[in-house]
Design a protein. Structure first.
Length: 289
């Protein structure tokens, strides 16, 4: 297994300095920095090359996370929006290839944050599955995996538990489209999140980890981390385990993630680094032994 973190832990705006963050996560001991797909979409070839170089130098891999905007919604009833989304995600996959990023992850079957204006689930499945079949061809050509994130009921109506994600990716039928489970969402929706991991088995393409309030793994043990580790070893999971912590209120991040109070105990930047370093040690211990 390889271990990573989302880029948005340290700030309250989505925009960030990826060169500085690559150095920071390497110093802390991570293997992976999860970057924003929309940032990568907008990067010039020169910026991509610079990031690739620093990644190689610091031995950091990049996974790419998307919360698509509404104008790239694969589940949209408007065919022009779906076509726009396909062009958008194909460009992201090509930029990922340039960067050497091998996993596109997130709610790429629709848009985020959801507004629930349309909740015709059957129609949304049909339309988004057709788009993902198409994107899957490009993903196969470029050998990039796309892991579809199962969210909780307050963030999507399309995929809310592992069982329906298995059915959904079966209908997509691409070797390069699989499932992303996230302990934060699973805690709300699954009967038993450890069994959900086992049920996903080799369809599990990516794992997001965090406590029930999106604190760092081990900070309050709302989740049984040794059991998560055991479930991952049971399915012989060799892929990415990526923290997705959010503890700072304010800014666009605080708004989109609904962080309405400080969860960091008013941490200084140094304490934020120490929290995540301690969490990484604990998470690795739970997953690897
Ligand atoms: Mn997640």
């Amino acid at each position: 297994m390889k271990f990573g973190t989302g880029y948005a832990y340290w700030g309250t705006e989505w925009k960030c300095d990826y060169i500085a963050l690559t150095n920071k996560v390497a110093d802390i001991g991570f293997d992976i920095l999860e970057i924003g797909a929309d940032h990568l979409y907008h990067m010039s070839d020169e910026e991509i090359t610079q990031l690739k170089e620093i990644g190689a130098e610091r031995n950091i891999e990049f996974t790419t996370n998307s919360g698509p905007s509404k104008d790239n919604d694969f589940a949209s009833a408007d065919p022009a929006v779906r076509e726009h989304g396909l062009e958008y995600f194909k460009t992201i996959l090509y930029n990922m290839k340039k960067l050497g990023s091998k996993s596109l992850v997130g709610a790429i079957y629709s848009f985020w944050p959801a507004d629930f204006a349309d909740t015709d689930k059957e129609a949304a499945w049909e339309r988004s599955i057709a788009c993902l079949k198409e994107l899957g061809k490009t993903a196969e050509e470029l050998d990039i995996e796309c892991a579809l994130e199962v969210l909780n009921r307050n963030e999507t109506y399309i995929l809310t538990d592992c069982a329906e994600a298995i059915e959904y990716v079966g209908k997509v039928g691409s070797t390069h489209i699989n499932i992303l489970l996230d302990t934060y969402h699973m805690n709300i929706e699954e009967d038993n999140m450890y069994e959900a991991i086992r049920k996903a088995g080799n369809l599990l393409g990516h794992l997001h980890v965090g406590e029930c309030n999106r604190k760092l793994p081990g900070m309050n043990n709302t989740i049984n981390w040794p059991e998560i580790g055991k479930a991952l070893r049971d399915i012989n999971y060799k892929k990415a385990v990526v923290m997705e912590p959010f503890m700072l209120k304010g800014g666009q991040v605080g708004h989109d993630i609904r962080v309405w109070r400080d969860l960091s105990n008013n941490a200084t930047p140094e304490q934020m680094d120490q929290y995540i370093a301690d969490s990484l040690v604990y998470l690795k211990k739970c997953c690897l032994s």
